[in-house]
Design a protein around this ligand. Structure first.
Ligand SMILES: Cc1cc2nc3c(=O)[nH]c(=O)nc-3n(C[C@H](O)[C@H](O)[C@H](O)COP(=O)(O)OP(=O)(O)OC[C@H]3O[C@@H](n4cnc5c(N)ncnc54)[C@H](O)[C@@H]3O)c2cc1C
Length: 579
């Protein structure tokens, strides 16, 4: 089939995949460091309108207040990550966040909330020993992404919107990356974009779970492409669940989206189907325990079966001052009202929801990867957060490393340099993979998606054990085979959303396999990863992290020792550490 397909060719010096915090910072920094470079941003949606950076509510962690320090932010990050973070990456995050937040305000035009004395207001977030979360109300992401997009639009940076990356294509001799095969979603045309440097910044996104928070355009495409290229991913078992995703019914994308953590912080109660509190059975802090503990408590209650109308649980604020609730949580009150719930005086049905992947592509502090000419940043990468990401460290991660990636790319790339010849076999194989459903009679693919969601949720989600993970592995193999028999109507490829859904599922199933393989290998419980059959953290001093690769179509697994390059378990970089 692939031999008849027309592939258009496009050339640029620098190709950025994704227009979240990582992608846009990468583009701006590369262009600023060398204005002669031709920089192109290619994105699955519209620039400035897609991805999760835009959805950031709570804010951005940075140690800029008197009394806070780089060391304290670092210790919180490593302690939260249960000591499997790559420490040089975590250090780079906390140190460079201080540079990036000033750049966001002073150069890019963001304006964050202020204290009465004019200093930047920083709020409390879970798992931190200092109030360091900078924010713009509860719409921080919109402020960041709008200002970034304006700056990109104002510069000579090329855009390929509604362009989906489908394969990272190596050079003929395999020595480096030659470019990326893309589909122009507006027409269905394949386009081989050759480049001297490619930044992978497609933002991960655990949308393989029944309940999830990320934007619908995120389907682990970057991680799947990296696996197919033979790259190493780490910490893939570490999937973070946020305790309070809204349940608004079966047929709405609102289900799964977050209602914010501050509700529990302000004294909100979680109730079971009999309207009784239950969190004190699981932790003395009750509803104020950390995300992983609350999610596990909720999941256990749901398994016990005392649930609300749609199988979830309730959050209620009705015992609190209604004026305070209305004033402090205006956005959440309105969102709940839109879905028919009364957050101030009633009970709102909620469920833990898959939020963030701590794992991803192995990369260096300068954002280089194993493959020359391929760079990576943001939620596609692994190692910064270890076993758990602190709320507020996600957008810091994507903006810090996106900027570094742009600097490194400018350092390594000459404008107009000769481009490597792409490996035609790799292009043909990628086109064949993409086109395979088009040669079969059209059928429904919804049932594959529903089964994937249900089985990942039940067997490889918040609580796992050897049996459930073995079941998940079997199911994923079956679903992969089933997807390979399902056809998609290919009479028109322009905005053929079913075709893109098929491609999304192909990627989600592959990346789910790596989650299950890594979760099976890690026989302890840390951060976001909880094994009912191995409930203890075990042996922090000899911590290891998991690595996965794709070989001959199978996920292979390894473990590597953590390098405690700055601080060892039991030690601290601060005198009065809570670590
Ligand atoms: C509801 C919500 C609230 C959050 N709140 C916070 C918070 O308060 N604080 C915090 O620190 N973090 C928060 N996060 C996490 C934070 O949003 C992410 O950590 C961060 O924004 C990721 O940035 P990124 O650039 O890596 O990816 P994204 O911003 O998600 O961007 C990824 C980009 O890649 C594009 N893309 C995907 N696949 C392809 C493909 N195949 N080809 C081309 N382009 C592709 C997407 O369209 C998108 O443009 C929140 C996340 C969600 C979902």
């Amino acid at each position: 089939m692939s031999t008849n397909i027309q592939i258009e060719e496009h050339k640029t010096d620098v190709l950025i995949l994704g227009s979240g915090g990582a992608g846009l910072f990468g583009a701006l920094h590369a262009k600023a460091a060398n204005p002669d470079l031709e920089v192109t941003v290619a994105v699955k949606g519209l620039l400035g309108k897609c991805g999760c950076t835009r959805m950031v509510q709570g804010g951005y962690n940075v140690a800029i207040a008197p009394g806070d320090s780089t060391e304290r932010h670092f210790m919180d990050t490593v302690d939260g990550g249960k000591w499997i973070n790559r420490q040089d990456l975590a250090w780079t995050l906390v140190e460079q966040a201080q540079v990036r937040i000033r750049e966001l305000e002073n150069e890019l035009g963001c304006f964050f909330d202020r204290n009465p004395d004019g200093t930047v207001h920083q709020k409390a977030f879970a798992g931190q020993t200092f109030d360091r979360t900078v924010h713009k109300g509860d719409l921080t992401g919109i402020e960041i992404i709008n200002r970034l997009a304006e700056q990109v639009w104002a510069r000579d940076i090329k855009r390929m919107e509604d362009h989906r990356a489908v394969a990272l294509i190596p050079a003929k001799d395999g020595s480096k990356l030659a470019g990326v095969l893309m589909i122009d979603m507006r027409t269905g045309t394949f386009r081989m974009v050759r480049a001297s440097a490619v930044l992978l910044a497609t933002g991960g996104g655990p949308t393989m779970y029944k309940y999830h928070t990320p934007s619908g355009d995120k389907t682990c495409d970057g991680m799947a492409m990296a696996l197919r290229l033979g790259l190493t991913l780490r910490d893939m078992e570490m999937v973070q669940f946020h305790p309070t995703g809204l349940i608004a019914g079966e047929d709405t994308r609102i289900t799964g989206t977050i209602i914010e953590e501050g509700l529990r912080g302000a004294g909100g109660y979680l109730l079971d189907g009999n309207l009784e509190r239950f969190m004190h059975k699981y932790d003395d802090r009750g509803e104020r325990a950390t995300r992983d503990i609350v999610s596990r408590g909720m999941f256990a209650e749901m398994r016990n079966g005392t649930t609300a109308t749609h199988g979830g649980l309730y959050i209620t604020m009705k015992h609190l001052d209604p004026v305070m609730v209305r004033k402090s949580f205006k956005g959440m009150v309105e969102r709940c009202a839109d879905c028919g719930f009364d957050l101030v005086g009633g009970n709102v049905e909620v469920v833990p929801t898959a939020h963030y992947m701590m794992g991803g592509v192995v990369f260096e502090p300068d954002c280089t990867t194993e493959m020359p000419q391929l760079y990576a940043a943001g939620e596609d990468t692994g190692g910064v957060h270890g076993a758990n990401r602190l709320g507020g460290n996600g957008v810091a991660n994507s903006t810090v490393f996106g900027g570094i990636a742009g600097d490194t790319i400018a350092r390594d790339t000459k404008p107009g340099a000769a481009l490597a010849e792409p490996d035609q076999t790799a292009i043909d194989e990628a086109v064949a993979l993409c086109c395979q459903p088009l040669s079969r009679p059209a059928a429904q693919i919804d049932q594959v998606r529903t089964k994937l969601w249900d089985h990942m949720w039940e067997d490889a989600g918040i609580i796992r054990d050897a049996d459930s993970l073995a079941r998940a592995k079997g199911t994923l193999d079956e679903l992969d085979a089933e997807l390979d028999t399902v056809g998609v109507a290919g009479d028109t490829l322009a905005y053929n959303l079913t075709w893109h859904d098929w491609l999304n599922l192909k990627n989600l199933i592959l990346v789910s396999k790596s989650v299950v393989a890594a979760a099976t290998a890690r026989e302890d419980s840390r951060g976001a990863h909880f094994r009912a059959d191995f409930p203890d953290v075990r042996d922090l001093e000899n911590s290891t992290f998991t690595v996965v690769r794709l070989k001959n179509g199978e996920i292979t697994l390894g473990t590597e020792p953590v390098d405690f390059s700055r601080v060892k378990p039991g030690e601290s970089l601060i005198d009065d550490s809570a670590a």
